[in-house]
Design a protein around this ligand. Structure first.
Ligand code: ZN
Length: 244
């Protein structure tokens, strides 16, 4: 039996019994950790914040027989602005869900941890476009888990897809297809030339140094790409986006 001290981010939280919660944490060294937070739903519980979605903190966990327990939590950030904004909350849910679907128990995830903290910080505290932040996250996320899409050359015929040309993003093929090859795949999704160039710049330079935003941010396409790779559905985009 042992006490473990770790930085952690709450990816999921479900009610358990009368007053408790079971949380899924992402930790840098142990990947996914499931832990019980006893009494966290009581009104004056010191562990209430520790069991809420998006909470980032230094957790002390106790690993004995049965459920691992949260003993204490020093909250570092609760990303409060995400909680009162329906759109931001929807994007943040997509972000956390994708991580929750991919991380395994006792599989270290230091890079995903950094990516998530940076992404939630951008979403909560900066003026960067929410759809762009979410698209950039998803692109880096699938790259981190081993499915980096190839964006410079057609994945079918290897011809260069030059700047100013449209491309067709295809999760089955593993990246962009050119105009000639798009019809050979049923899962390809069209990207306008400015979206192709923006995605390339995000992947190489990161969102803060990327090119100016494309006319239509390719969030729908990237989200579908990730859903195909994970073989799972992510939460819905905010409705007004879905209608575009
Ligand atoms: Zn081709």
């Amino acid at each position: 039996m042992a006490y473990i001290s770790t930085q952690a981010l709450v990816l999921r939280s479900v009610n358990w019994r009368e007053n408790d919660r079971i949380i899924t944490l992402l930790t840098p060294d142990r990947g996914r950790v499931e832990a019980l937070v006893r009494g966290s739903r009581k009104p004056k519980s010191a562990l209430m914040a520790a069991s809420q979605l998006f909470t980032l903190g230094n957790y002390v966990l106790f690993k004995g027989k049965g459920h691992e327990l949260v003993v204490s939590c020093e909250v570092k950030d609760s990303y409060y602005p995400l909680r009162g904004d329906y759109d931001k909350l929807s994007y943040a849910s997509i972000i956390l869900s994708s991580a929750e679907m991919a991380v395994q128990l006792e599989e270290p995830q230091p890079h995903l941890m950094i990516l998530l903290i940076r992404t939630l910080t951008r979403l909560a505290y900066t003026d960067l476009d929410d759809r762009a932040v979410t698209s950039a996250y998803l692109l880096h996320f699938i790259s981190l888990i081993g499915y980096k899409p190839r964006l410079a050359h057609c994945v079918s015929c290897s011809k260069e897809i030059k700047d100013g040309r449209e491309g067709w993003l295809d999760p089955q093929a593993g990246g962009l297809l050119c105009k000639n090859c798009k019809n050979t795949h049923t899962t390809s999704m069209k990207l306008e030339p400015d979206a192709v160039m923006w995605l390339r710049s995000v992947l190489i330079q990161g969102i803060e140094k990327s090119l100016s935003l494309p006319r239509v941010i390719p969030l729908l396409q990237i989200k579908k790409y990730v859903e195909y790779v994970l073989d799972r559905q992510l939460p819905q985009l905010p409705e007004y986006i879905s209608r575009l």
